[in-house]
Ligand binder design. Structure first.
Ligand code: SF4
Length: 192
């Protein structure tokens, strides 16, 4: 909600002076939800998880021609612990499905999933015993990107759609940091 600045109060000499704000200027007030959502939406870190040919197009999104970095998502991570969006790029075999689920479970909350391509979303042309007929049978999918393969700009459009979804997220919680003792973290037999 925009507000007009009536007065600027500097509490002490350590408060930084904000150069642009002058009396009569406009400031914007945000809820914590909105602030967290904005930060998360514009700094999505995808998990490196290519399964088949779609992965080549996924790799192209971070190259100079398409440059996913313009939208804050160029930092593909090689570990689920540092990623918050899984891009399933390619057909998902039944043998690979438990691995995908385990990696998804290892990602910290909040986390999102993009299903890239016809194979990941529905099995595509692989209507057979070996391929999962839709990755949403294994993990919850937030955005489906159609195509065989989807072009890099189609995947970027999917990332933008995910950003829109994240910006409407409600119920963010601030983490409460409470001091923990060593006894709380370690079992008694280890400390003995
Ligand atoms: S959708 Fe097409 S390009 Fe993507 S994994 Fe399937 S066959 Fe390959």
């Amino acid at each position: 909600m925009p507000k007009r600045v009536e007065t600027i109060v500097l509490h002490d000499s350590s408060t930084p002076v904000i150069g642009d704000i002058q009396t009569g200027g406009v400031v914007k007030l945000l809820s914590i939800d909105s602030l967290l959502n904005q930060a998360r939406a514009h700094s999505l870190w995808p998990l490196t998880f290519g399964l088949a040919c779609c992965a080549i197009e996924m790799m192209s999104t971070v190259a100079s021609r398409f440059d996913l970095a313009r939208f804050g998502s160029e930092a593909f991570r090689a570990t689920p612990r540092q990623a918050d969006v899984m891009i399933i790029a390619g057909r998902l075999s039944k043998k690979m499905a438990p691995v995908l689920r385990q990696i998804y479970d290892q990602m910290p909350e909040p986390k999102w999933v993009i299903s890239m391509g016809a194979c990941a979303s529905s099995g595509g042309v692989y209507n057979n015993y070996a391929i999962v007929q839709g990755a949403d049978q294994v993990v919850p999918v937030d955005v489906y990107v159609p195509g065989c393969p989807p072009s890099p700009d189609a995947l970027i459009y999917g990332v933008l759609k995910l950003q829109e979804k994240i910006k409407t997220r409600k119920g963010n919680k601030l983490i409460e940091l409470t001091p923990r003792t060593l006894e709380q973290d370690m079992p008694a037999e280890v400390l003995a």
